[in-house]
Design a protein around this ligand. Structure first.
Ligand code: TNX
Length: 513
């Protein structure tokens, strides 16, 4: 009887132990991970690599920051804080970040990852490639694991590189202001999906958001409100630099836009002399477009632009400055053309390349310019004829501010409704007749913020469409297919929930139970 009891006890203990150890599944098939964007190739070898309190991250020279990023992420997930060790040798255990990759097709942002039972090696030709590999690795882990519970990474191999060099998102902080922390959050969301370009719309009719020391009223007055009449806000140059650096540490270049000659009411309200009639405009908090213009015939206008771009260029490590140029309905074409001509020269003078909305193709573009296709195929074709490159951002497909459907809470629908499948199922090469892949810099999904004023609302429009745009810019066309993608996307809901992301629960996606 006593023996019976102890057998019962042992078996009860075993059951509890078994159940306890099975609370988190141990994944063993790397090919079953719902990676977004989809890697070029994934093979599985059926085992596991364990991340525990003793896991070390070895980094080759030049990868200290990249290693710190990975260590920080692992700590947030598991509570384990991996030690980072600089190394010159090829390692045999732990996680090893290396710049020893040689395969030329990896390019500057590709990577190879080998996961076996003792070791994970991510190798690339640049820190950017390693960073991308890290994002892939993080997708094999939960967003949040029980504290100090070992993480199990399925073994296998991944080879991966992007289709397009420029993989962008745009955030309009002119219509509604978003704080430094909110923009950092946006940057983190981009980094999760290997996006590498944040185009930030720093000025618009409703607000001027970047401190310009030589023209202080731009932010004092022009930064003081936003759509709906809220308090607005702006970034000091120090804060802006903090954003630039935060982005850079995540392989993201910030492309600042100062929109002109239209979309300039905030500047025109700040300085009377920028208006042709010498009278300051009232601040504007509505959502109309096309009513404002800088005074293209006044010399002070160009002094102003020179000062603004001078200060901005000094804050910008990236190669491009975005000059806007869109919807200048109050600027006659005969004024618009010489104006954009001079603005291009000012950008060049400050050592930057020009990018602008497709309307700027009406002007003789300077060398190395890029044009952002958003609406007008004719303009974009003119840009191509001039030898410019194109960023593909068709409003009908890639505008994150378009509503999903007629019931959507936030967003506009002037370019149509963009459900999650529509957002995913299009091809950059088919947007402009005759365009060749070499003429495309990449793609960009734009979030205009007339209708959204906080991160919950931003998340509703951005998720779950952003991962799809990331896949379009990363994965080759013949590997993309909605029916297969939607399964992977459906598996992201737990991640979104764990991250506190208020996504739109589209019924077209088979969300996991
Ligand atoms: C068009 S796209 C605009 C923006 C608006 C947006 C709203 C572009 C270059 N201009 O000014 O915010 O539509 O969807």
């Amino acid at each position: 009887m006593k023996k019976m009891k102890s057998i019962l006890k042992i078996s009860l203990f075993m059951t509890i132990l078994f159940q306890f150890s099975c609370t988190t599944e141990t994944p063993t098939d790397l090919t079953q991970t719902a990676f977004i964007p989809k890697p070029v190739s994934v093979t599985a070898t059926g085992g596991n690599f364990e991340i525990s309190g003793s896991t070390v991250i070895y980094v080759q020279e030049g990868l200290q920051k990249t290693g710190e990023y990975l260590a920080g992420a692992i700590e947030r997930i598991s509570g384990f804080a991996p030690e980072i060790v600089a190394t010159k040798e090829a390692e045999t255990s732990g996680i090893y970040l290396s710049l020893s990759a040689t395969s030329p097709d990896l390019g500057s942002e590709g990577y190879e990852m080998k996961i076996d039972k003792k070791m994970i090696t991510i190798s690339a030709t640049s820190p950017a490639g390693c960073f991308n590999g890290i994002q892939t690795l993080l997708q094999t882990m939960p967003v949040k694991a029980p504290a100090r519970e070992k993480l199990h990474i399925p073994t296998g191999e991944i080879r991966d590189f992007p289709e397009y060099a420029y993989r962008g998102a745009m955030l309009d902080v002119g219509r509604h202001f978003f704080s430094v922390d909110e923009v950092k959050q946006f940057i983190d969301y981009m980094a999760m999906y290997k996006l590498n370009a944040l185009h930030i719309g720093l000025t618009n009719d409703q607000g001027w958001r970047i401190e310009i020391k030589s023209w202080p009223k731009l932010t004092e007055i022009g930064g003081s409100t936003e759509v709906g009449g809220g308090p607005g806000g702006f970034y000091t140059q120090e804060q802006y630099t903090e954003l630039v650096n935060y982005a850079q540490e995540r392989n993201i270049t910030i492309i600042p836009e100062i929109d002109m000659p239209g979309h300039t009411n905030a500047a025109l309200a700040s300085y009377a002399e920028l208006n042709c009639d010498g009278k300051a405009r009232e601040l504007y908090t509505g959502i109309e477009v096309g009513f404002s213009t800088l005074c293209t015939g006044k010399e002070i206008t160009y002094q102003f632009i020179d000062d603004v771009f001078g200060e901005l260029a000094a804050l910008t490590p990236g190669e491009y400055i975005h000059i806007g140029g869109d919807e200048s309905h109050s600027t006659p074409l005969e004024d618009y053309i010489p104006f954009v001509n001079r603005v291009q020269q000012i950008v060049l003078k400050h050592g930057k390349k020009v990018v602008g909305w497709d309307e700027i193709a009406n002007v003789a573009l300077v060398e190395n310019s890029a044009v952002q296709f958003w609406d007008n195929v004719k303009n974009t074709t003119m840009a191509l004829e001039q030898g410019a490159k194109v960023v593909i951002s068709p409003a009908k497909k890639a505008y994150l501010d378009m509503q999903y459907d007629s019931t959507s809470t936030f967003g506009l629908h002037w370019a149509g409704y963009i459900e999650v499948d529509t957002a995913y199922s299009w091809e950059p090469l088919e947007q402009v007749p005759g365009i060749k892949k070499e003429q495309i810099v990449g793609i960009e999904a734009a979030l205009w913020t007339e209708t959204v004023s906080n991160m919950d609302e931003v998340e509703y429009l951005v998720f779950p469409r952003l991962p799809g745009y990331a896949e379009i810019s990363w994965a080759a066309p013949n590997t993309r297919n909605w029916d297969e993608y939607k399964i992977r996307l459906g598996k992201q809901n737990k991640r979104f929930d764990a991250l506190g992301i208020d996504y739109f629960p589209s019924t077209r996606v088979p969300w996991e139970e």
